[in-house]
Design a protein around this ligand. Structure first.
Ligand SMILES: [Zn+2]
Ligand SMILES: [Zn+2]
Ligand SMILES: [Zn+2]
Length: 262
């Protein structure tokens, strides 16, 4: 049976977002709406259920902007603040849908959530705090509530393990710097790839443009989109001009639809 997977780019910016507070550079002052990049996140819609990958500090606004009325789960990639900082706002969905939010994350992220959101896990819970149910995941495939199969892929963010996720032939990779060969095998066959590319110059913990293009060259997806973009990279138009034909710059609000075999 053929099903539709709809992906919406909720945020395509690096940890500070674009524009950066108090920056007057030509990217931060650009009038092109594509140069406004919230913190990196995507919305995945499948069988009338919605999921987000990461819930950073812009989560609330991203839900409002995309008019998301229902959210079944949050999959976290790693514990950096630009990816977990918005978790408190899942409360809105707790009230609206009268259920706990399903959270899928590694053991490391779970520990970080306990530190950063200690009140969520407290014995004596203050009324109105978020209700979450943590599903600890490893590197084995698992299923989301809408029976969507997810393949977690470990990528390295300098020394920090990060989970990339594959759903059918769609793969989302953020905050990667290196990928071990056995994890690369899981990415092969991807038709649509979203991958982080911070800027042109090298960075210790993020792919730069060349690193991302090398991965794209190896995987050969039909289409690839760059995300987690810094104001140092250039404007959307300037970056587009540097890219091969099947590689695009992701921008906030971009929707990608894929027919998949369920
Ligand atoms: Zn990040
Ligand atoms: Zn700037
Ligand atoms: Zn990070």
């Amino acid at each position: 049976m053929s099903e539709i997977l709809e992906i919406t780019i909720l945020g395509s910016g690096t940890s500070q977002g674009v524009p950066v507070i108090a920056c007057d550079c030509h990217v931060c002052t650009s009038t092109d709406p594509k140069d406004n990049r919230l913190r990196a996140s995507v919305l995945i819609s499948h069988n009338n259920e919605n999921y987000v990958i990461d819930a950073g500090p812009d989560f609330r606004y991203q839900m409002l902007r995309e008019k998301v009325r229902s959210l079944r789960g949050v999959l976290f990639t790693h514990e950096h603040k630009d990816h977990i900082g918005g978790l408190d706002d899942v409360r809105a969905f707790n009230y609206r849908e009268s259920r706990d939010m399903e959270v899928f994350c590694s053991k490391n992220v779970e520990e970080a959530l306990h530190r950063e959101y200690h009140y969520v896990f407290a014995e004596n819970r203050y009324p109105g705090i978020p209700l979450i149910r943590v599903n600890t995941i490893g590197l084995e495939p698992f299923f989301l509530p809408s029976s969507l199969r997810v393949v977690p892929i470990e990528v390295m963010h300098y020394k920090m393990p990060v989970l990339a996720y594959r759903f059918f032939d769609f793969t989302y990779i953020t905050d990667a710097k290196t990928i071990a060969q056995e994890e690369m095998e899981k990415i092969k066959g991807t038709k649509v790839l979203v991958v982080n590319a911070l800027r042109i110059s090298e960075h210790i913990s993020h792919f730069n443009l060349q690193d991302a293009l090398n991965l794209i060259h190896e995987i050969k997806p039909e289409k690839a989109y760059l995300t987690h973009i810094s104001h140092l990279f250039g404007t959307n138009k300037e970056i587009e001009a540097l890219l091969p034909t099947n590689v695009y710059v992701a921008y906030d609000g971009l929707k990608i639809e894929m027919e998949v075999n369920g």
